[in-house]
Ligand binder design. Sequence first.
Ligand code: ATP
Ligand code: MG
Length: 579
Amino acid sequence: MRYSRLLVPTVKEIPADAEATSHKLMIRAGICRRVASGTYTYLPLGQRCLLKIIAIVREEINRAGAQEILVPSLQPLELWEKTGRSTDYGETMFRLDDRHGKGNVLGPTAEEVFTYLAAGEINSYKQLPINLYQISPKFRDEFRPRFGVIRSREFIMKDAYSFDADPESLEKSYRAMYDAYCRIFTRCGLEYVIVEAESGEMGGSGSHQFTVPCESGEDTIVYTEDGSYAANLERAAVDPLPKEQAAGEIPTPQEVETPNVGTIEAVCEFLKTEPKDMIKTLVYAVEDEVVAALVRGDHELNPEKLTQTLGGAHADLADEATIERVTGAKVGFAGPIGVADKVSSLIIDHAVAAMAAGVTGANKTDCHTRNVMPGRDFPLEGDNVVVTDLRCAGEGDTHDGKKLLFKKGIEIGQVFKLGTKYSVKLGAKFLDEQGAEKPCLMGCYGIGINRILASAIELGNDDNGIIWPISIAPFEVLVTCVNQNEEDVAKAAESIYQQLLDSAVDVLLDDRALRGGIKFKDADLIGIPIRVTVGKRSLAEGKVEIKLRCESERQEVVVEEAADKVIAIVADLKEKLKV
Ligand code: ATP
Ligand code: MG
């Protein structure tokens, strides 16, 4: 490919909405352009990267034994209603009615459609195990699209779905995908960590998340220094805190007026107390029931842990009317005293159970209560009372007695054991060897193709631009002709370019009639791993220069040997990314 014919609109300006390094560089290097919030056009350099990533993903997923198919993005809402995810997915799901008034969704993922397919096509254990996948656009009306393509509203996902007859077989299918993911991300040149993850509303029994540690990530990885534990924030289990010892006897609860003071901060200010000495009471609607949850004022309730405690049920914060009905007070004044009798369950974080006493809402508008003692003033045991790990891990928390550390990261992929949630609801059943009908055991496995690209840039960049891993770089080699209007220089560059093309090297020739300085700046910005510089001065001595984008040294080689030398470097760089 010749640079003079290629659409690579590099720009100096950093777009105003770009926070992440990868986002800034993708715009500056002419990789993509924004169309609207969370939607992007990929220009030739970007599309070349995507295709290379897709090729690696496809090769490894095929190698793991899965079969590629393609299901529609336009999916009937009816299927999503059958699994209950039309409500669980909430506003993140794009919906549209067709001309006949039928509801449709633009698939944010495809468990429903794949399971529907399996329900129709699989009927015997002889057809199992089977793993089907696709690589296709997914649509999510994200609350806050940001970081360029990292959180966008349309993106490309590889999604695979396995169907097995028994748990041992599911374990094997899961492991095969897990191993394929390791190979894929290594081949894409990414440094990544694998953490335990919550299967949440996917409704399964085990999950791992693949995450690239970097500042622009919205995910938090929680780990112990010795590496014995790593999980994402949704999952990270924390040890119970030691029971607080009261200085003396706790006086009986005392109600105080707190007019219009509803938030934790405002109450602390007003009552001269601290968030850690307060108990937050949160009221949730879970299907037709109401549930109350207690966490300390300085802690954050972890919705995934709540879902797990509820056996996988989806919980939404209750509306004002429900809160008023249950607590007898306006929002902001809920408290635990007497609440266990009014809800179907009272779920208490173990840090609350460990408090000597705290300040809570009084279940009376404009009032709070001091000296509320867990176990004395509200129950820590009972038929509908659970004390459990309910909060997000935070500074100072431990796991198995070891201090937890925190790191930001980008989730690039996740694998789930789904169990029978979808197969039961959509009728994906098979007859086993004894002729008994059973639901398929499922797993699902997603990879964000665009996030691989952005993560590679997050990891590989410097002040001058992108530093691509060779496996997914838009081109492997850039031949920069410094003096395009000098015939012999142009000829030498052309000759090296042709030799590389003949050897199947993915090469770009910078044949633009521009100054060398501009070409070098662009070369650094677009980040092609190997640069061959053909210029008047060194050519006079029969030499050209070779430089790796990731190193500062350059080497001079005689012009006749340049192509062979480059071919060897390409092979060497590729070899390093093989697994
Ligand atoms: P997140 O927690 O970041 O919203 P998720 O857990 O909802 O992601 P999955 O449903 O597991 O995502 O989707 C599989 C993969 O698709 C993710 O691992 C990620 O790489 C990618 N992905 C998910 N949402 C987006 C998005 N809005 N933009 C780009 N890629 C995404
Ligand atoms: Mg995920």
